[in-house]
Design a protein around this ligand. Structure first.
Ligand SMILES: *Cc1c(COP(=O)(O)O)cnc(C)c1O
Length: 423
């Protein structure tokens, strides 16, 4: 056994969260070999309890039909409300600031309807240059909807030439330069490609001083890093639940709307009956009186079968605790970084910042190879039973997930990568 394999075994033995791995289904290959899964940043593993949660709703539907709206074990009408408290705990929000609904990009559109309201000179949106494509499409189409064009009204902040990571001071300077032309600043908490966790507090401060609304995309932040959305005073945030939240492919997403907007009925929104005040919703009257808080942005009644896995997963998060998870995550990703540095010297560049506050659990590695050769390394890793993610032209993204990955998983991945790079 190598010294690092022995070290990993010792760490696993004393890891207080190690027991949670057994609460997840770990994928196997056709030969029955357990895969080493470091891809929870793309799709989280399935909690074993998901089957019971979904089965409960199937049975209640069989047994009760429409009566399940009130009489199901977890009644369907307020079903999604059960997600609010655990979601609020993950992002540092009040329960009324959070709602599980729709999917990320849909929620981004709904939030922009309310919080991107260009007036006169104040008509621009600031994003980062390598924003996730869906966010960019959503924003460009919202600009077009307002009769604005992307090159002029879409401001992109980029890393400096030759660098891959955004510098906080550059983002702030750009916000200050644009000043009163900015209607909205939309940034990720953790950048999906580089794994960089942005230093949000000073950036949010600059955006607010400029008078812009602030939105966050938490796709790679929720369930990964510690967030404090209420105190940070952002206007809104959106997320999906199939990545770090393990709620399954296409799972119901979520939305944060800051409390200071909770009762502001002057904010335009795309309304639907599920946003209607619950006390009068079933009177079916013509007047729309939104629920105070994030729930007032709901449109349709929630997809119970797609929300059931989310509740199963959030229950696990509550038991593990996001602070304890983050503590393990820092150690686990630190271990990954140390192995990469010592076992793969000169073979890869770690793109992700090395400062603990500058990243979540993901490390993005640029392979120092020709693109074709780099792709081949990724394929060899896959053949070796290591599930990671590949981004053209040369980036591997590895995410050791504190809920279900071990130190030994990390060793297996780096050993396989070492073989692939030296073949
Ligand atoms: C994963 C991801 C999305 C996904 O959008 P959906 O609407 O859930 O398909 C959007 N934005 C970012 C930054 C992501 O990482």
């Amino acid at each position: 056994m190598t010294p690092h394999a022995a070290e990993a075994l010792a760490q696993d033995a004393k890891d207080p969260l190690a027991c949670f791995a057994a609460q997840f289904h770990h994928p196997y290959d056709a030969a029955g070999r357990r895969l080493v899964y470091l891809c929870g940043h793309s799709l989280g593993l399935q909690p074993k309890s998901v089957a019971q949660y979904v089965e409960q709703e199937l049975q209640d539907w069989q047994r009760l039909g429409v009566l399940g709206h009130y009489a199901a074990k977890r009644p369907w009408i307020p079903y999604h409300e059960q997600a609010a408290a655990p979601l609020a705990a993950l992002i540092g929000a009040h329960e009324t600031e959070v709602v599980a609904m729709n999917s990320l990009t849909v929620n981004l559109h709904l939030m922009m309807v309310s919080f991107f309201r260009p007036v006169g000179m104040r008509s621009r949106v600031l994003i980062e240059k390598s924003a996730f494509p869906s966010d960019r499409y959503a924003i460009a189409s919202q600009l077009a909807f307002h009769g604005l064009n992307a090159p002029e009204h879409l401001i992109e902040v980029a890393p400096r030439p030759g660098e891959r990571i955004l510098r906080t001071e550059d983002v702030i300077r750009r916000i200050e330069q644009e000043g009163g032309t900015l209607a909205l600043v939309l940034l990720p908490s953790v950048q999906y490609l580089t794994g960089q966790s942005l230093d949000l507090i000073p950036v949010i401060g600059a955006a607010r001083r400029a008078g812009a609304a602030v939105g966050l995309d938490l796709a790679h932040g929720i369930g990964n890093t510690l967030l404090n959305l209420h105190d940070w005073n952002v206007d809104f945030a959106v997320w999906c639940s199939y990545k770090y939240l393990n709620a399954g492919p296409g799972a119901i997403g979520g939305c944060f709307v800051h409390e200071r907007h909770a009762r502001n009925v002057a904010i335009p929104r795309f309304a639907g009956w599920w946003g209607q005040d619950a006390a009068t919703r079933f009177q079916m009257g013509p007047e729309f009186n939104p629920i105070a808080g994030a729930q007032g942005w709901q449109i349709s009644n929630p997809p119970v079968l797609s929300a059931a896995p989310l509740l199963a997963s959030l229950d696990i998060f509550q038991r593990a605790g996001i602070r304890r998870l983050r503590e393990k995550s820092i150690a686990l990703t630190g271990f990954l970084q140390r192995l990469v540095d010592t076992l793969l010297p000169g073979l890869v560049d770690i793109i992700t910042p090395s400062a603990v506050d500058g990243r979540g659990c993901q490390l993005s590695l640029a392979l120092k190879r020709s693109p074709a050769d780099a792709k081949r390394c990724y394929e060899l890793l896959t053949e070796a039973g290591i599930v990671v993610d590949w981004r053209e032209p040369d980036v591997l993204r590895l995410a050791p997930i504190p809920l279900y990955n071990s130190y030994s998983d990390v060793v297996a991945a780096v050993d396989a990568l070492s073989l692939a790079l030296r073949r």
